[in-house]
Design a protein around this ligand. Structure first.
Ligand code: GLY
Ligand code: MN
Ligand code: MN
Length: 436
C-alpha cells in the first residue's frame, strides 16, 4: 500500500476530528508466546489503517491545524543492537522520512510530551476501552493538565470514541484496498482448490490445513486471516472447530473454512465437499439446499437494498427446503416466524470483511438495517448443521454440516464475487475431485 493512501485517510480523519480537537491511537502490543519468544506481530487494524506503521510500542496523535505538524508518531528509537537481533525498525528518522509523520518522539518520552499536546484541546478522540494502558494513561495525563489550571491551561472536556468515525471510513473500500482484497481472495481460492484436490480418505485434517498454509505462503501471504477450520464428518457441526486432528473417512463430508491475509486484508472462504469425491444422496440434497440459499442471498446484494434481505432470502430457502426434505414439519411462514430453522441454521448470513475478518462497521443505523452501498465487502455464508444426536430427524441427515461462503463486493450495479475461483456446484466439485 502506498504512503499516499495512508495520507488520504489521515486527511479525511483530520476533517472529521476538526480543528481544536485531538485524536490518539496506540499500536498493538507484541505478545509473549513463551518466555522470550513472541507471537508473530500483527498490527492493530485501526492503527495500521491510519499509519501503515508495522511496529509495536507506537502511538499516533492527530491534531488538525497544529502549526508544527498535524501528525505525530511516538515510536521506539533506532537501536543498532535491536537491529542486529530483530531486524529493521524505523526509529524517529524513519517515522518522519518513511512514514510521513510531521514530528516523531521516543515512545519512552510519552508521559512528558503528551500532556502538552492535550492542553487547550476540546475533544479527545480515542478508541475507548480497547487498550487498558491507553485508557489509564489518558486519565493520568488529563489529571496532570487539570493540575495546571491555575496557570491558565485548560484540559479537554470531552472524550469521544474514535471508532465511530474510523470504522465508517473502513467500511468503504478504496481501489487500493480492493486490489489487496482481490489478491487475498484469489490466492485463498487457489488454496481451497488445492485442498479439494488433496482431500481423500486417510488424510488428516491438519494435513489439509498444512496444504492451505503452503499455498498461501508460497504466494506471499504469510498469515491466515483466522485459524483454519478443517472439519470432517460431524466436526463440521462445530461452527468454529479448529482442532483439525481427525482422519478423513470415505463417505463423510469435509468442511474447510480458511482464508489468507494480504497486507492486512482478509479473505474468508468456506467450501464443503465429499471426501470420496461423490456426494451421497442425502449429502447432495442438503448441499444443494445450502447452495440455493447462498445464491438467493447473493442475489439480494445490491446498492440500495438493506443488508438483512440476503439473510431473509437464505432463511426462506432453507426453511422451505428443510420442510420439503422432512427435517422440519409445519407451515413455512410459521416456522420462519418461530425461528425453527435456527435448529439447523443458527448463525447470520455473513459479516463485513476487510482488515479484520469480522470487519468493523455498523450493521444498523438508527435501529434500521443498513442499506448496502458500493465499496462495501461482505461474506455470504449460509449453512445447515444437523447435530449427530438430533433424534427428531431421520438418521441419514445426522452429523452433516455444510457451509458455503464467498466474499462479495457491492458494486454500483450489484455485486462482484471475489472468491469465484473455487468451484461450488455439485457437478463442478465432483468433476474436480474425480479428476485426481
Ligand atoms: N471464518 C469465520 C467466519 O466465517 O465467520
Ligand atoms: Mn465468514
Ligand atoms: Mn469463514
Amino acid at each position: 500500500m502506498k504512503q499516499s493512501e495512508f495520507k488520504k485517510r489521515r486527511k479525511q480523519l483530520m476533517q472529521y476530528i476538526g480543528v481544536g480537537n485531538i485524536a490518539i491511537i496506540a499500536s498493538a502490543d507484541s505478545s509473549i508466546r513463551n518466555r522470550d519468544v513472541h507471537y508473530p506481530f500483527r498490527q492493530d487494524s485501526d492503527f495500521y489503517y491510519l499509519t501503515g506503521f508495522n511496529e509495536p510500542e507506537a502511538l499516533a496523535v492527530f491534531i488538525p491545524g497544529r502549526k508544527q505538524g498535524e501528525y505525530i508518531l511516538f515510536c521506539r528509537e533506532f537501536d543498532p543492537k535491536k537491529a542486529l537481533w530483530e531486524g529493521a525498525h524505523a526509529g524517529l528518522e524513519g517515522a518522519t522520512r518513511q512514514f510521513a509523520a510531521d514530528d516523531a518522539f521516543p515512545i519512552a518520552d510519552l508521559d512528558d510530551i503528551l500532556p502538552g499536546l492535550l492542553e487547550n484541546k476540546g475533544k479527545v478522540f480515542y478508541p475507548m476501552g480497547r487498550n487498558t494502558d491507553l485508557d489509564h494513561n489518558l486519565l493520568l495525563w488529563l489529571n496532570d493538565i487539570r493540575g495546571q489550571s491555575r496557570s491558565g491551561v485548560v484540559a479537554p472536556n470531552e472524550l469521544v470514541s474514535l471508532e465511530h468515525l474510523l470504522h465508517e471510513m473502513r467500511l468503504f473500500k478504496s481501489d487500493a484496498e480492493l486490489s489487496l482484497m482481490r489478491r487475498a481472495a484469489e490466492i485463498s481460492a487457489q488454496a481451497h482448490v488445492s485442498a479439494m484436490k488433496m482431500a481423500k480418505a486417510g488424510v488428516y485434517e491438519y494435513q489439509i490445513e498444512a496444504d492451505i498454509v503452503h499455498t498461501l505462503m508460497q504466494n506471499g501471504l504469510r498469515a491466515v486471516a483466522y485459524p483454519s477450520i478443517v472439519a470432517t464428518g460431524s466436526n463440521a457441526c462445530v461452527l468454529h472447530y479448529t482442532e483439525n486432528k481427525d482422519k478423513l473417512k470415505a463417505g463423510d463430508l469435509l468442511l474447510v473454512d480458511a482464508g489468507g491475509e494480504c497486507d492486512h486484508y482478509a479473505a474468508d472462504i468456506t467450501r464443503t465437499y465429499p471426501v470420496s469425491g461423490k456426494f451421497s444422496e442425502p449429502q447432495r440434497q442438503l448441499y444443494q439446499l445450502v447452495l440455493d440459499a447462498q445464491l438467493a442471498a447473493i442475489a439480494q446484494v445490491k446498492p440500495g437494498l438493506p443488508w438483512n434481505l440476503s439473510h431473509d432470502a437464505a432463511v426462506e430457502v432453507i426453511t422451505k427446503g428443510l420442510v420439503d426434505l422432512g427435517l422440519l414439519k409445519g407451515k413455512v411462514s410459521k416456522l420462519i416466524k418461530d425461528e425453527k430453522y435456527k435448529a439447523f441454521f443458527m448463525h447470520r448470513i455473513g459479516h463485513w470483511l476487510g482488515m479484520d475478518v469480522h470487519d468493523v462497521g455498523n450493521y444498523k443505523l438508527n435501529n434500521e438495517w443498513r442499506i448496502l452501498e458500493a465499496g462495501m465487502v461482505l461474506t455470504v455464508e449460509p449453512g445447515i448443521y444437523v447435530p449427530v444426536d438430533c433424534e427428531e430427524v431421520d438418521k441419514k441427515w445426522r452429523g452433516i454440516g455444510i457451509r458455503i461462503e464467498d466474499d462479495v463486493l457491492v458494486t454500483a450495479e450489484g455485486y462482484e464475487i471475489l472468491t469465484a475461483g473455487v468451484p461450488k456446484t455439485v457437478a463442478d466439485i465432483e468433476a474436480l475431485m474425480q479428476a485426481n
